[in-house]
Design a protein around this ligand. Structure first.
Ligand SMILES: [Zn+2]
Length: 266
C-alpha cells in the first residue's frame, strides 16, 4: 500500500503567527521541527496500517521545510516546486491507496485561523462553482482525478469542518482554533498522537466513499486583493474579467482548472 502526504505548515499545532512559517524569521526553526514531527506521526500511522511506501510532498512556501533526515526510511520526499499543476499534490498517481493532509489551514476570507489564506496572500477569496474554496478543496479534487480517496486531514478546526462537509467520512485532527490573531491549540505531543492514531484508523477503514463530489463543469473565480493582479491574470487563455478585482475561468476537466490556477496565481 502506497500513501501520499501533502504537508503544509499553517495548520501545525501551536502556530499563531506568520513569523513562525517564515524561513527568514528566527521563530521558524521551532515550527519547522513541529511540522516535521506531525508528518513523521502521519508516516508512523500509515506504516502501522500496512503502508509499504509513503510519499511526502513538502508543500509550504519554498517546498523545503521538512527536516528530511527525520523521515522514516520507507519515505520518499518531494521538495521544491516542479511547476506541474498538481502543485501541493505533485507526485500523486493512481496507484496510491490514500491521500493524507497535514498542517492544513482555513481558506482565505475566514477567521478560523490567523494564517487563513488560499494559495497566497494576494488572493482574497477563491470560489469554485459558487462556493468559497480552500487549498484542500482543490487538492481533494486533484486526488479524485486519480481516483485516490482523501483519508485524513490534520489542521485548524475550520478546515477540518470544511473537509468533513466535502468528503464524507474523512478523518480529522483539529490541531487548533483561531480567535482573531490568537489560537487555542492542542499541545504538539497530543496532536502528534492523534495524527498517528487517526491515520492508522483511517487507513484500516473503508476508504471507498472518501471522495468529494465531482461536477460535469467547473467554474473558478479568483478574487484578488489588488485589481492589478486581476488584470494580469485575465490574459490567461479562456480567462475573463469578473468585476474589478476578479477573474473567472471554466472548464469541463478539473485539470484545466488546476492548470489555470497554476498560471493565473503566479
Ligand atoms: Zn503553507
Amino acid at each position: 500500500m502506497k500513501v501520499f502526504i501533502s504537508a503544509d505548515m499553517e495548520g501545525t499545532a501551536g502556530i499563531a503567527n506568520w513569523n513562525e512559517a517564515d524561513r527568514d524569521h528566527p521563530d521558524y526553526a521551532q515550527f519547522r521541527d513541529l511540522m516535521t514531527a506531525e508528518v513523521v506521526a502521519a508516516c508512523e500511522g500509515a506504516r502501522a496500517a500496512g503502508a509499504s511506501e509513503v510519499v511526502v510532498k513538502d508543500a509550504h512556501e519554498s517546498g523545503r521545510n521538512l527536516m528530511i533526515d527525520r523521515l522514516p526510511d520507507y519515505c520518499r520526499v518531494i521538495r521544491s516546486w516542479s511547476g506541474h499543476p498538481d502543485s501541493m499534490m505533485f507526485g500523486l498517481a493512481p496507484d496510491f491507496a490514500a491521500a493524507i493532509y497535514t498542517g492544513y489551514h482555513s481558506k482565505a476570507g475566514t477567521e478560523a485561523n490567523p494564517l487563513a489564506h488560499t494559495s497566497n496572500l494576494r488572493i482574497s477569496r477563491l470560489m469554485l462553482n459558487g462556493e468559497v474554496a480552500s487549498e484542500f478543496t482543490v487538492n481533494a479534487l486533484c486526488a479524485a482525478r486519480y481516483g485516490v480517496p482523501s483519508a485524513l486531514i490534520a489542521g485548524d478546526a475550520g478546515i477540518c469542518a470544511d473537509a468533513r462537509a466535502m468528503v464524507p467520512g474523512i478523518g480529522t485532527v483539529e490541531t487548533l482554533e483561531g480567535f482573531g490573531p490568537a489560537t487555542v491549540s492542542l499541545a504538539p505531543a497530543r496532536a502528534r498522537a492523534a495524527i498517528r492514531e487517526g491515520v492508522e484508523a483511517a487507513l484500516r477503514g473503508d476508504l471507498s466513499g472518501r471522495l468529494p463530489a465531482t461536477s460535469d463543469r467547473y467554474e473558478v473565480v479568483i478574487e484578488f486583493v489588488n485589481p492589478i493582479d486581476a488584470y494580469r491574470a485575465s490574459w490567461y487563455p479562456g480567462a475573463r474579467k469578473h468585476g474589478p478585482r476578479a477573474v473567472a475561468f471554466d472548464a469541463v476537466e478539473f485539470f484545466e482548472i488546476q492548470r489555470a490556477l497554476r498560471f493565473m496565481n503566479s
